[in-house]
Design a protein around this ligand. Structure first.
Ligand SMILES: Nc1ncnc2c1ncn2[C@@H]1O[C@H](COP(=O)(O)OP(=O)(O)OP(=O)(O)O)[C@@H](O)[C@H]1O
Ligand SMILES: [Mg+2]
Length: 512
């Protein structure tokens, strides 16, 4: 018998003649944790979709050997029965169903008569929540009650509940906090001890380094190399990924910072379901012209809600007094925000950022379509010109601007959403987790672009859960904890510890 649990050979997959995978091999031993690395659009998710039969046998070429035998699976259920369980990059939960129902979807526990055994499912779901250190989650509540980080962990609980021999995690930590990430990494280590193998895809290379035995790098659908993690460092992974060395991950550039340009006063947001609870509790802050203001805090601290209130799209009751360039403004919808010069690139691009079935180009020009219209007729030549400019500027990887944006890799979708929000020429740009799911090379480009924009006088609010990013890019850092402003620091000599301490509310000192 082969020493490999999984042996994928010469996998080729094309989409309408465009090769996403061009003859890739991937081998995994029992209990081995393999880090699958590569830039946005390299083909990582596609390879895992081939493996899990999201793309059934026959829609790709090559061979998959599983426990020594060729696997020709036509459905995801077949691969799951074989012991291959995948957690997709984009969450697959049904928001209206309860946490427990989501965990057991397609896998329900039934009573002898065939009726659902809710009490058994609730009990097991609660056990899983405890295992993932989320005992406070009410498994009977609909999933939409919970934020991105919790939803990601619920998705993981769903996978853990299936009996996996190989667990595939496609960007599992992109919406997790540091603490949640640690829980997940511990679970992977624990599974490994139990003999479960794992393929982990992540753009956070320190996580890859922390938990993987082997690194496999792909570029443009081709295999670049496979190496043991021991004796390697993250810089070498980066060099393998992008084919060149990136010395400074945060290309901070000097830029002049002007007077206070934007101000939010007394922003308060009430919880949609429980108006007695404040998600944002009387936050006030200022933003200077040409400034990059980082907003740090734990996931669920109220940062996204704060951004939504400023952009006029908070779904519940809220109050916000906004001042722009010395004048009080009234924002009651995203439309009015955009018209007055405030743009938001949302955190959850699948829900708020893109129209999945529309073309990449149409998605980019969506917010400014009227600029190309005269007497109601769209000047498509002008529009196409702008689209091509945006695609080139952000180096969005797509075969054509007409392809549905859904087909783009995660990072490229993010770049398209960013392009869309730059077209209305905002004065204040709010970026909510702008580099989530974005590869190191593209991150670098996004940071460069941010500096280019502030040099032109734009002011940027960047919400980020990546402390190195917040500290590497921001001029000033706001720290939010439990809906309250816990710190406002000039970013000079500021440390991760200081920010975390403030976020946890152990010190309410305002340093700036
Ligand atoms: N359904 C699809 N239709 C058309 N093209 C697709 C489809 N899915 C993927 N592609 C293309 O295949 C290539 C590989 O995409 P894939 O999603 O596998 O990249 P990835 O390595 O997972 O990137 P990321 O890090 O951004 O998630 C990309 O060029 C992408 O545009
Ligand atoms: Mg992917």
């Amino acid at each position: 018998m082969s020493e490999y649990l999984l042996d994928m050979r010469g996998i080729v997959k094309d989409f309408n003649g465009v090769k996403a995978l061009d003859g890739i091999d991937l081998k995994v031993r029992p209990g081995e944790v393999v880090g699958l690395c590569g830039e946005n659009g390299a083909g990582k998710s596609t390879l895992m979709k081939v493996l899990s039969a999201v793309y059934p046998y026959g829609t790709w070429q090559g061979q998959i050997f599983w426990e020594g035998k060729e696997l020709k699976a036509h459905t995801i259920r077949q691969t799951e029965e074989a012991g291959i369980v995948i957690i997709h990059q984009e969450l697959m939960l049904v928001p209206q169903l309860s946490v427990a129902e989501n965990i057991f979807m397609g896998n329900e526990i039934r009573l002898p008569g065939g009726l659902m055994n809710y009490s058994a499912m609730y009990k097991r779901a609660e056990e899983l929540m405890a295992e993932l250190k989320m005992p406070d989650v009410n498994v009977a509540l609909p999933v939409y009650h919970y934020g991105g980080g919790h939803q990601q962990l619920i998705e993981i609980a769903k996978a853990l509940n299936k009996r996996a021999k190989l667990l595939i995690l496609d960007e599992p930590t992109s919406s997790l906090t540091k603490a949640e990430t640690e829980i997940l990494l511990d679970i992977i280590r624990d599974l490994k001890r139990k003999g479960v193998a794992c393929v982990m895809i992540s753009h956070k290379l320190d996580e890859i380094a922390a938990v993987c035995d082997t690194i496999s790098v792909i570029r443009d659908g081709a295999h670049v190399g496979t190496r043991p993690m021991s004796g390697m460092d993250t810089n070498e992974i980066i060099t393998m990924m992008v084919g060149r060395e990136i010395k400074n991950l945060f290309p901070r550039e000097e830029h002049p910072i002007g007077e206070v340009f934007f101000e939010a006063r007394n922003v308060t947001c009430l919880d949609v379901n429980n108006p007695r609870r404040k998600r944002v509790d009387n936050i006030s802050f200022t933003l200077r012209k040409g400034e990059i203001l980082g907003v740090a805090g734990l996931v669920g601290a109220g940062r996204t809600e704060l951004a939504m209130a400023i952009f006029g799209c908070y779904p519940g009751q809220y109050d916000a007094e906004l001042w722009l360039d010395g004048k009080q403004i009234s924002v009651d919808s995203p439309r009015s925000a955009v018209m007055q010069g405030i743009c938001l690139v949302p955190e959850d691009r699948k829900r708020h950022g893109i129209v999945p079935l529309q073309g990449v180009g149409a998605n980019i020009t969506m917010a400014v379509l009227k600029d190309y219209a005269r007497y109601g007729v769209i000047n498509s030549e002008k529009e196409l010109h702008q689209i091509e400019k945006s695609i080139a500027r952000m180096r969005i990887k797509t075969a054509s601007p007409d392809l549905p944006i859904r087909g783009l890799s995660g990072g490229n979708q993010q770049k398209a959403v960013l392009s869309k929000m730059l077209l209305p020429n905002p004065k204040v740009l709010i970026l909510d987790e702008p580099t989530r799911g974005v590869d190191v090379g593209a991150k670098y480009e996004i940071y460069k672009l941010m500096f280019e924009l502030v040099k032109q006088g734009l002011s940027i609010i960047m919400i980020s859960s990546e402390l190195p990013e917040v500290l590497g890019i921001s001029d000033r850092v706001l720290v939010i904890g439990e809906g309250q402003l816990r710190g406002d620091f000039i970013n000079e000599g500021l440390t991760q510890e200081q920010v975390l301490t403030a976020a946890l509310g152990q010190s309410s000192e305002l340093a700036a």
